[in-house]
Design a protein around this ligand. Structure first.
Ligand code: BTN
Length: 270
């Protein structure tokens, strides 16, 4: 397998504000944990932690994030938004847009976002986003943006995982493997652009339109699971100014800010 992600290649490829300073590890527990500790010690906005392999990768809601060495793009970026805490949901969605834009730029294949934190291709999850934050007096002082993208899976993957997730090499039709350094560079460039919309309240209406346009689930019948385990079914019809999901159930309209779309209901079932 070619070495497509190491410290030297990343330093050579990244020319923007995001990605410097850089800490690269051949193997690490969790890049989010390292980035949070580094940020607490004073790492500036744009500082990046990247790795070839995590031994204790973390997902949302206490879940684990697994990948074999050399098969995923995994990184954490230090951001210091200084916005109202209300922008946290928009920030997560903005990262989703940047991942989808970067994937499209590098592969030519369509990627969408699934509220609130997944990137999907051909109806399967290809990437997950974990934003961990520090809030002081209702201000979003610090956000560690963690991204994990399945790039090239081994041929054998457990059926239950393959049923709901996939990797880039399984969904694109390309003559060469995806280069993780180029993908990282494309995502960080896209993120610099959308992040400016998060930072400036005047840009948020535009951002909400972009999230809706990129969403796999707007206009679909979905099941949303709340953090307490309960669910609600309805039609996803938009994104709120804070990045929440607008859901219509019968004659009621809900604005959901915590939870996740568990699945899309197939017509005539459920
Ligand atoms: C999810 O789908 O629940 C989010 C997964 C986020 C995984 C990434 S990989 C890089 C960063 N470090 C972690 O420990 N988690 C995130």
């Amino acid at each position: 397998m070619p070495i497509d992600l190491d410290e030297r290649s990343i330093r050579a490829a990244l020319t923007g504000r995001f990605g410097a300073p850089l800490r690269f590890f051949d193997e690490v527990g969790s890049t989010n944990t390292i980035a949070m500790r580094w940020a607490e010690e004073g790492a500036p906005e744009g500082a990046l932690v990247a790795t070839d392999h995590q031994t204790a990768g973390r997902g949302r809601r206490g879940r684990a994030w697994f990948s074999e060495p050399g098969t995923a793009l995994q990184f954490s970026l230090v951001l210091r938004p200084g916005t109202s805490v209300d922008a946290t949901g928009l920030l997560t969605a903005a990262v989703g847009i940047a991942c989808a834009d970067g994937i499209e730029a590098e592969t030519g294949a369509r990627a969408s976002i699934k509220w609130p934190n997944d990137v999907v291709m051909m109806d399967k999850k290809v990437a997950g986003i974990l934003v961990e934050s520090k809030v002081v007096d209702q201000t979003l002082e610090l956000a560690i943006v963690g991204v994990g993208i399945n790039v090239s899976w081994p041929s054998q993957v457990p059926d239950d995982i393959a049923a709901r997730a996939t990797s880039l090499d399984r969904v694109i039709d390309a003559p060469a493997p995806v280069d993780r350094t180029r993908l990282l560079s494309a995502i960080l460039s896209a993120l610099e652009r959308v992040y400016s919309l998060v930072k400036h309240p005047g840009g948020r209406a535009d951002l909400v339109r972009r999230i809706e346009a990129r969403s796999a689930n707007i206009g679909k019948d979905v099941v949303v699971r709340f953090p307490d385990g309960t669910t609600v079914q309805g039609t996803a019809f938009g994104i709120t100014p804070a990045g929440g999901l607008r859901l219509a159930t019968g004659d009621m309209v809900h604005e959901i800010h915590a939870g996740e779309i568990e699945r899309v209901r197939e017509t005539g079932r459920d």
